[in-house]
Design a protein around this ligand. Structure first.
Ligand code: CO8
Length: 261
């Protein structure tokens, strides 16, 4: 396993990888070196056949307070344009294994966008979301105008993006940005995310990845094309041992034991 400066990686369950942002002095501000470490850790989890799901979390105080403002402050147009600044933020969206964001504290700007690039967001009651970029004279640059709008609708997204006001875990749950607000105590949200990741990792890898691909296509494709892709992903699952095992186990009234092939 690689050693990292700004994140911690561990395997709290045999089939689950936990990536913890660990830049406490800057409230996990997402500097380029930190993003590159996240990408590397995601690559490791993706390439490890034992891993079935990934949990991404921060600290109690901050999931991440955004992109690193101090790093961006003096950047010029030519530099951000020619280096395609932010392109290292796309790696996470290409990961085929499910990623659960466990959010406590601030998830602002790039922090909110990072959580939204994950597949499921679980929030602790302390979570605070927002896209405050407008206060800095910029706009969200890593999905905040797109994923947020898909998740919570135009009027709310406009309010959040144009006023720069933060919103609470409760609002995020009511608006459908997070799947659930869980737990009261410290670390509860991570525990719950690990439990969920473990459940997902116990299913067949092929059907889990196909399901993730199909759900994600709902954001990319018109309905007819999405339904066609769904069927195209559905049919070949009948060529897998996991389908035979899953349905066989149901008929025999026992628990399925998937072998990921
Ligand atoms: N970047 C750099 N440093 C930060 C950031 C940040 N985003 N957020 C906090 N810090 C630093 C502070 O500067 C401070 O450092 P120091 O101790 O050296 O002064 C330390 O973290 C602690 O922060 P505060 O003292 O401010 O803590 P408070 O509890 O008083 O306030 C807040 C917490 C409200 C979260 C406050 O820190 C804040 O407003 N932070 C900025 C939030 C923000 O505007 N985020 C959006 C950033 S822009 C963005 O994300 C664009 C995304 C584009 C796509 C991705 C690009 C790579």
């Amino acid at each position: 396993q690689s050693t990292y400066n700004f994140i911690l990686t561990s395997r709290p369950e045999p089939n689950v990888s936990l990536i913890t942002l660990n830049r406490p002095k800057a409230l996990n501000a997402l500097s380029t070196p930190l993003m590159l470490e996240i990408n590397k850790a995601l690559d490791e989890a993706e390439n490890d056949a034992d891993i079935g799901a990934i949990v991404l979390t921060g600290s109690e105080r901050a999931f991440a307070a955004g992109a690193d403002i101090k790093e961006m402050k003096d950047k010029q147009f030519a530099e951000v344009y020619t280096s395609d600044f932010l392109q290292n933020w796309t790696r996470i969206t290409q990961v085929r294994k499910p990623i659960i964001a466990a959010v406590s504290g601030y998830a602002l700007g790039g922090g909110c966008e990072l959580a939204m690039a994950c597949d499921i967001i679980l929030a602790s009651p302390t979570a605070v979301f927002g896209q405050p970029e407008i206060n800095l004279g910029i706009i969200p640059g890593a999905g905040g105008t797109q994923r947020l709008t898909h998740a919570i609708g135009k009027s709310r997204a406009m309010e959040i993006v144009l006023t720069g006001r933060n919103f609470s875990a409760k609002e995020a749950e009511a608006w459908g940005l997070v799947s659930r607000v869980v737990g009261e105590g410290e670390g509860e949200v991570v525990k719950e995310a690990l439990k969920m990741a473990s459940t997902i990792a116990s299913k067949g890898r092929i059907s889990v990845q196909a399901a993730k691909e199909a759900v994600n296509s709902a954001y990319e494709l018109p309905l007819g094309e999405g339904l066609r892709l769904e069927r195209r992903l559905f049919h070949p699952l009948f060529a897998t041992n996991d389908q035979k095992e899953g349905m066989g186990a149901f008929a025999e009234k026992r628990k399925a034991n998937f072998t990921n092939n």
